[in-house]
Design a protein around this ligand. Structure first.
Ligand code: TA6
Length: 287
């Protein structure tokens, strides 16, 4: 049976975390509605990757090497560290096994901590090299954010950042726009991106601050219509309801010496107070 934890904060905010993948699938800030996208067709089964929420990617981002795409932590059943669990916070962990060592011969411990506050959620991934030799890895928190209509969302903070355009032969480009908008298949790795971004859903007026720590890159992904049809765990129209803004360590692998730890995090903060003002401003601009 697939196991899920429910976190709740006295303010009324809540989050859900599946042990399969240490996968956050829901985040509802206080007085708000769902902020993470989860596909209607997501496979909520042990050993299956979940389409939506916050998949944990390690030790390989995407198909950048010989390992399974995005690694295996997203399909691994994690354990709860009961000494680090409260109503609004939890730490899960997983370690190497004989079968992971067959794929990748390195001992490790991964920990994922989810901290829920009234208007924010912070997800932190710690990788510990428990072996006697250094290893290199890439990683991401592959966050799927919910939007009412991705065509009316805009992501600010990436102006002038260099990115690898995976939909255009991996060409290196410069972001020329102050606001990234999605109007076709988008798959970009922004290299050494600014740590704080702002996502505005112009349809609802809701917005989010997205802050990454020690994940130097940002991945922006939307499969758009054609690719979505090929994804068995996503409905045809659902690409309109999501945008992935991923905290990533993707462009350059990180080398972790033996017995050392690396910790990276992504914090999402809901900006409800700005909502009426932003909605009004956006309405005036788009009229
Ligand atoms: O992070 C973007 C990406 O690497 C895309 O290229 C796309 O394939 C996406 O991840 C989803 O991958 P998945 O294996 O979950 O279908």
């Amino acid at each position: 049976m697939i196991r899920k934890l429910v976190l709740s904060h006295p303010s009324g905010s809540s989050a859900e975390v599946y042990l399969n993948g240490a996968h956050v699938t829901s985040w509802i800030p206080a007085g708000d509605t769902e902020r993470l996208f989860l596909s209607r067709k997501a496979m909520l089964e042990n050993g299956k990757a979940i389409r939506g929420g916050i998949p944990v990617v390690f030790p390989q981002f995407a198909d950048s090497g010989p390992l399974p795409k995005h690694g295996w932590l997203r399909t691994t059943e994690w354990e709860v560290d009961s000494a680090r669990q409260s109503a609004s916070s939890v730490t899960l962990f997983t370690e190497d096994t004989a079968s992971t060592r067959q794929l990748w011969p390195h001992p490790y411990r991964a920990e994922l901590t989810v901290d829920l506050d009234a208007e924010s959620i912070e997800v932190s991934l710690t990788i510990i090299n428990t072996g006697a030799e250094a290893f290199s890895f890439t990683s991401a928190l592959h966050t799927y954010l919910a939007v009412a209509d991705v065509r009316r969302a805009k992501l600010s903070g990436l102006f002038a950042a260099q990115y690898v355009d995976k939909t255009d032969n991996d060409l290196l480009k410069n972001e020329g726009s102050a606001e990234v908008r999605i109007s076709c298949e988008t798959d970009r790795v922004y290299i050494d991106a600014p740590p704080t971004l702002h996502l505005l859903d112009r349809y609802t007026g809701r917005s989010l601050h997205i802050t990454a720590t020690r994940f130097p890159d940002t991945v922006v992904w939307n499969p758009w219509a054609e690719k979505t049809k090929k994804l068995p765990d996503m409905d045809n129209d659902e690409y309109l309801r999501m945008i992935c803004v991923e905290a990533a360590l993707a462009s350059q692998p990180l080398t972790l010496p033996p017995q050392q730890a690396w910790r990276g995090s992504q914090k999402l903060s809901a900006l409800q107070a700005d909502k009426p003002m932003l909605a009004a401003t956006e309405k005036i601009r788009s009229d």
